[in-house]
Ligand binder design. Structure first.
Ligand SMILES: [Zn+2]
Length: 246
């Protein structure tokens, strides 16, 4: 019964309280993001991003620092400092990596405040500007909380953001070994360019023999090459937002 209720709550979060934004950049945009953050999302992905001269967005949970998530070692403060120093965006993913379906709006706000303080202390006052929903779960009551604190929120529902999009629940594709075989990435990049849309990708671990939620270094390299071949601007989520809102 609770699975059914969660399904209905996810549906309410998807279709109700939509605050739309017009996606209309001069050229199609591609954004890369990494959630949680497993160590390899920096140690393996960072050099690939640098080689291509692009910046990504890292969605951090202070509560996962130095711990394990899905059996993978998570970032330490030194990794966060390094990726921030390298110019990548640090965004928010709640403090505890909690589904918004399990939090009241007040509890969600408290988690966001705790994460903001945790990050600010370590990154010299850095203020996170964008958000990604843990597990992609968006409870209806959470959207106003996200809207009040961030430029935009990102979910995990497949698709290119074009025309009018929900600023508090943007669509994204998974750089995940369980999902990648089902995508026609060339066609998605071409559609993004043709529609002047915004394609966002999210991943977790980056390594040979990745988890179902991660990808290989070659997968990451390939998606970047395809975005470049399609002549998309490659920007972190916050800078993409500014491009689109401008
Ligand atoms: Zn996550």
């Amino acid at each position: 019964m609770s699975a059914f209720i969660d399904k209905m709550r996810r549906r309410a979060g998807r279709y109700l309280d939509v605050r739309s934004v017009e996606i209309a950049p001069a050229r199609g945009v591609f954004s890369l993001s990494f959630d949680d953050i497993p160590v390899s999302a920096w140690t393996e992905a960072g050099p690939i991003l640098a080689e291509h001269g692009i910046k990504a967005t890292y969605y951090v949970c202070g509560g996962l620092s130095g711990g394990f998530n899905m059996d993978l070692p998570q970032f330490e403060t030194e990794h966060l400092l390094a990726l921030h120093e390298a110019g990548h965006e640090v965004g928010c993913h709640t403090y505890e990596h909690a589904s918004t379906l399990t939090l009241s709006p007040a509890e969600l706000d408290a988690s966001l405040a705790r994460n903001a303080e945790w990050v600010s202390e370590r990154l010299d006052g850095h203020v996170m500007r964008t958000f990604a929903y843990p597990f992609g779960d968006c409870a209806l009551g959470s959207k106003a909380v996200i809207d009040g604190r961030f430029l935009c929120g990102r979910g995990v529902r497949d698709g290119v953001n074009t025309g009018k999009a929900d600023r508090n629940l943007l669509q994204a594709i998974g750089l995940e070994s369980r999902r990648l075989p089902g995508y026609d990435l060339e066609a998605m990049m071409a559609a993004t360019a043709a529609s002047k849309g915004w394609l966002i990708a999210y991943g977790h671990d980056v390594m040979d023999g990745p988890t179902p939620y991660g990808c290989t270094p070659d997968d990451l390299d390939r998606v970047i090459r395809l975005a470049k071949a399609a002549d998309l601007d490659i920007l972190p989520v916050d800078m993409a937002w500014e491009r689109i809102a401008a």
